[in-house]
Write a protein that binds this ligand. Sequence first.
Ligand code: EPU
Length: 416
Amino acid sequence: MVRPGGPLEGTVRIGGAKNSALKLMAATILAPGDYVLHNVPRISDVETMSDLLTSMGLDVRRPDGHTLRIHRGADVVPEAPYELVERMRASIVVLGPLLARFGYAKVALPGGDDFGPRPIDMHLKGLHDLGATFETKHGYLEARAENLVGARIVLEYPSVGATENALMAAVLAKGTTVIDNAAREPEIADLASFLNRMGGQVLGAGSSTIHVLGVEELTPVEHTVVPDRIEAASFLAALGIAGGEVTLEGARSDHMDMLVAKLGQMGMRISPSEDGLWAMSPRRLSAVDVVTLPYPGLATDYKPLFVAMLAVADGVGIVTENVFGGGRFRYIDELVRMGADIRTEGHHAIVRGVERLSGAPVKAPDIRAGVALVVAGLGADGETVVHDAFHVDRGYEGFVDKLRGVGADIVRERST
Ligand code: EPU
């Protein structure tokens, strides 16, 4: 339940990136022994990945707040069951490490979701280039590879998941792999640095061409997860709507260059501080056009946040989605119910800013859109009640408490 309040003020601690932590956890399949991961957020997607690794025979513990200890023994059940893949599509990233280490994997096929269809053809193409074969039966994908052999993989599109699966398979393949048109997200660079600490030889991660020199063995390591740029963006959006001045402790501004530039055009002042990012927002933002692209472009995950900000900004902004087909616009109907003036045309949304939204009961369709509806509530008269808030828990630790910490009028009604 959100109500509008005064400007936000204070400090928010930004946690580790969900989209890095999940992949690092999957990478522990690659070598037996004991791993320590620091800065792992307490979110339900991490619980799901823990459940998945546990179901495979790994031992996952959280001795204190943000540290995970993972023990990978000699025996691993190379199978990802439907209940877990269905709960979280990112489970598909166990495919690469399982194939690389055990030459076999059985993984439930992920279906579509609220973004529309989410194919895995590029994941399979990359692994196929390294020598894997596939069979699908009864909703499961069975993958086999007696030996993975380095190859040149050209991705049709810089898919994050396909790059990660290829990387985790190539690291133990025989010979050299070149991944061309690789995704460049900071979370990919974090995974590569984890693999290199384990003894892997990965060069160029974070750029479009990644070279991987296969090694025979890897060893477990201790690693700290990179900060979550999307969590940081979410608090910047809250600030953009409510106004005020906040410091985002732990945020990496060098991972958010385009975002910082865009928010600057909208009237926010943002600058790196000693341990993070300082940001100040005027009472009302100015509208801009926004186009989502693979990194270093503006992330598709920022899009609902921009739509929420534009809904109450001064002027008209056109938001164009280029990453996920025509989908990912469902939350817009909810914003319209709150009085937003938004028209969609294919993969474009035309947002005409209104002075104030009008608080209403709304429903979160996914993680990022859920957060966008919450921050929209900060710019709405009366009360906004966001239902299905469990989506937010998948990716955000203590979102409500952190917002309250900087002065937002928000409470969690019950644990759904
Ligand atoms: N695609 C294909 N075939 C494939 C793989 C992808 O057609 O084999 C398409 C997708 O359908 C989509 C586009 O390529 O249209 C990009 O998908 P990508 O593979 O890059 O995304 P992903 O790995 O499935 C990750 C994040 C998403 C984020 C996207 C894009 C994780 C766990 N998820 O997904 O984050 O939106 O990259 O940056 O890393 C979230 O955190 O809420 C979230 C959805």
